[in-house]
Write a protein that binds this ligand. Structure first.
Ligand code: SF4
Length: 314
């Protein structure tokens, strides 16, 4: 029913990136992991088995640091049609990296996924509160050698794109198990309007067409702009009716919300662009999986679209 499911693993993240607020939940994640890990993983398993998504997105915290993350992913892999995207910051010690629990990884379905702040050391140190740059690169290279697919996501101004891709090619030396995705919407020279987004896409495609030094390998690129069609719909006065999310269920995304040793409450929603205070609650022991199906089928949640966060970009 849902093409993609996104889950949150209660494993604290060692990084303290300026652009991310999740590490501020580390105490909460630690408590949940120590008190309720099996309940959380069992609930996710049941949901994945029920909906059999094509894609599973595994975020945290830092899920790769969870002891036995491999066993959990091996357990759910048969119910995932295509790929399991495991998000990582690549910010952990070499000792931690070398002792990761990877033995049972369902490698052929795995995509190790990272969003990059680029390869400018000074900027990196500032944005990560000083996480050693060399160690970050070493973690990418070493974990990149494992037999999973790798997806590297750049969020940067298109003016720096060529230089950053050249550095990426020089340092990482990607082969065809890597793909690069350009999340263009987030940095448009300080201008987030729809016209700028289009212009950026054009510029980026031009850069890619001309080629980037050392990156002539069959590395796949994605230049998809998040919500491009929907933004256009808002601009042309058609409102959110063009939105594909409104016509078929695309994503079911969970966030850990509250927990006691007896139960867990998850927040869930069907679109990442709903206003941030809008979601449903799933409480273990009280709610059934069919309640999620019913929430999608029967609830008139599309009025939340009036405050679609993509409107920011019109
Ligand atoms: S909030 Fe509504 S209009 Fe916006 S992307 Fe989500 S489903 Fe579409």
């Amino acid at each position: 029913m849902f093409k993609a499911i996104r889950i949150q693993i209660p494993q604290p993240c060692k990084a303290q990136c300026k652009w991310c607020g999740t590490w501020k939940k580390n105490n909460f994640f630690t408590k949940l992991r120590d008190e309720n890990l099996s309940l959380i993983l069992d609930t996710y398993s049941e949901i994945i088995r029920e909906y059999k998504p094509k894609y599973l997105y595994v975020s945290g915290g830092e899920p790769i640091l969870l002891p036995q993350i491999d066993k959990f992913l091996q357990r759910v892999a048969p119910w995932v049609g295509k790929y399991i995207y495991l998000f990582t910051s690549f910010q952990f010690s070499a000792k931690r990296r070398d002792n990761l629990s990877l033995e049972k990884m369902p490698w052929e379905k795995m995509v190790l996924t990272h969003t990059s702040a680029g390869f400018d050391e000074k900027y990196w140190l500032d944005m990560t509160h000083g996480f050693p740059f060399e160690l970050y690169l070493d973690n990418i290279i070493k974990l990149g050698q494992k037999p999973w697919h790798k997806r590297f996501k750049f969020i940067l101004n298109h003016k720096y794109l060529r230089g950053e891709l050249e550095k990426f090619a020089d340092i990482i030396k990607p082969d065809n198990s890597w793909s690069i995705s350009l999340k263009l919407m987030n940095n448009q020279s300080g201008d987030f309007g729809a016209d700028k987004i289009k212009e950026t896409k054009k510029n980026v495609i031009e850069i890619l067409d001309k080629g980037v030094a050392n990156l002539s390998l069959p590395v796949a690129f994605k230049t998809k702009i998040t919500g491009e069609k929907i933004i256009e719909g808002f601009r042309t006065g058609q409102g959110s009716e063009l939105c594909p999310y409104r016509h078929q269920p695309l994503e079911l995304r969970f966030a850990l919300y509250k927990g006691t040793p007896e139960y867990i409450k998850f927040k869930y929603r069907f679109c990442s662009h709903f206003p941030s205070n809008k979601h449903f609650i799933f409480k273990t022991g009280r709610d059934k999986i069919e309640d999620i199906t019913n929430a999608y089928k029967n609830h008139d949640f599309f009025h939340w679209c009036k405050k679609c966060r993509l409107k920011l970009y019109t």
